[in-house]
Write a protein that binds this ligand. Structure first.
Ligand SMILES: [Zn+2]
Length: 311
C-alpha cells in the first residue's frame, strides 16, 4: 500500500530533514522540499543499503541482499524495476543504483563501484536538475546537494540522463533505461525554445570534450567563457567548477598569476556549491592553488601573456 510505503520511507529520515517523500502526479513517488533551500545546501546524507564493486551479477546482488535485515529487504523491494528481462532483485538494483566514486556527479551505469539507497532512489529525474548526487568518499555517504535556490514545496530532481545531449537523445536514453517519457520543464519546451536548448547542450557537450585539447590559450579562455555563458543560459550547473578550473590552467600556462588566482577562486567556490565543503580531494587541491597558484606544474608552459578574469 502506497501510504504505508511513504510512511516507512519518511520515518527513515530525521524529523528535521528539509525534504519529504510524497506522491507526485503522474510519477508515483517523489521528493519535495519542506522548506526553502539555498544553493549549495546539503539536502540529504545517506549511507548505502549495500554496494557492488566491479562486475555485478545476479549472484553478487543476491549475496548482498541476503545480508540485509528483513525490514531492509522489504524496503529494497519497493522501488521501480525497469528491467523485466532481469531477475527482480537485479532489475531493482540496475534501475536504482548510484555510481560511487570520484566522478560520481556524472551518472554512469557502468561505474566501477555502485550502491543502492532507499531514500535517494526516490528522487525523480529532470533534464534541468535542481539537486545533484555526489558520493562523499571520506564519509562513504551519498550527498544530495541543492544546485540553486529552491522554493518550499518544489519537487527535488536529480538527472538520470546525460545532460549535454539534445532532447531526443535524452528521451531515448530515459525510455530505454528507465521506462518513462521525460516531461521535465526542458523536455516540455516547444518549437524554437526547444531547438535553442538542444543547440546549447550540443555546443556544451563539444566544449566539454574539446577544451582540454585547445593549444592556444586565448582561444581556450574564450571557449571557457562561452561554456560558462551557455551553462547560465541553459540553467545548468554541470561541470561549472571544471570549466573554471580550465580557465585557471590556461592562465597558469602563460604565467598570468593574478587572473589565474581569480579563476581558481571561482573554481573552488563553484565546487563547494556543487558538492559541499568536506575536505574532499578536489577541494583540497583547489585550495592549495588558491594559496600558491604558481605551484601548478603547467606554469610557464607557454610564452608569458595576460589573459582575462572570469566574468
Ligand atoms: Zn527531460
Amino acid at each position: 500500500m502506497e501510504s504505508i510505503d511513504i510512511f516507512n520511507l519518511n520515518s527513515r529520515s530525521s524529523g528535521s530533514d528539509p525534504f519529504s517523500i510524497v506522491p507526485i502526479s503522474g510519477k508515483g513517488l517523489g521528493v519535495t522540499a519542506t522548506r526553502a533551500l539555498a544553493r549549495g545546501e546539503i539536502v540529504m546524507i545517506e549511507e548505502p543499503l549495500f554496494t557492488q564493486t566491479g562486475f555485478r551479477s545476479l549472484e553478487s546482488v543476491l549475496s548482498a541482499f541476503s545480508g540485509l535485515s528483513s525490514s531492509e529487504k522489504r524496503n529494497y523491494l519497493l522501488p521501480a524495476n525497469c528491467h523485466p528481462d532481469l531477475h527482480s532483485l537485479q532489475g531493482i538494483y540496475e534501475t536504482n543504483c548510484f555510481p560511487l566514486g570520484p566522478n560520481s556527479r556524472l551518472q554512469s551505469r557502468h561505474a566501477d563501484r555502485s550502491g543502492v539507497f532507499l531514500l535517494a532512489s526516490r528522487f525523480n529525474s529532470s533534464c534541468r536538475p535542481n539537486v545533484e548526487n555526489y558520493w562523499h568518499t571520506k564519509t562513504q555517504t551519498l550527498r544530495i546537494i541543492a544546485q540553486r535556490d529552491i522554493r518550499k514545496g518544489e519537487e527535488l530532481c536529480i538527472a538520470y540522463s546525460e545532460l549535454l545531449a539534445p532532447r531526443e537523445a535524452r528521451q531515448a536514453f530515459l525510455r530505454h533505461n528507465f521506462g518513462f517519457d521525460c516531461t521535465c520543464e526542458v523536455c516540455s519546451l516547444q518549437g524554437d525554445a526547444s531547438r535553442r536548448s538542444d543547440e546549447r547542450r550540443v555546443a556544451l557537450g563539444k566544449l566539454y570534450e574539446d577544451i582540454g585539447f585547445i593549444q592556444n590559450p586565448r582561444r581556450g579562455i574564450k571557449a571557457v567563457q562561452r561554456a560558462l555563458d551557455l551553462l547560465r543560459e541553459e540553467g545548468l550547473t554541470f561541470n561549472r567548477e571544471g570549466f573554471y578550473y580550465d580557465g585557471f590552467q590556461f592562465c597558469i600556462a602563460v604565467s598570468d598569476i593574478p587572473n589565474a588566482r581569480k579563476w581558481i577562486e571561482r573554481a573552488y567556490r563553484a565546487s563547494v556549491l556543487a558538492i559541499g565543503d568536506g575536505g574532499d580531494r578536489i577541494g583540497w587541491i583547489m585550495q592549495r592553488y588558491i594559496d600558491r597558484p604558481e605551484s601548478h606544474p603547467l606554469r610557464g608552459l607557454l610564452p608569458k601573456t595576460t589573459l582575462c578574469a572570469p566574468r
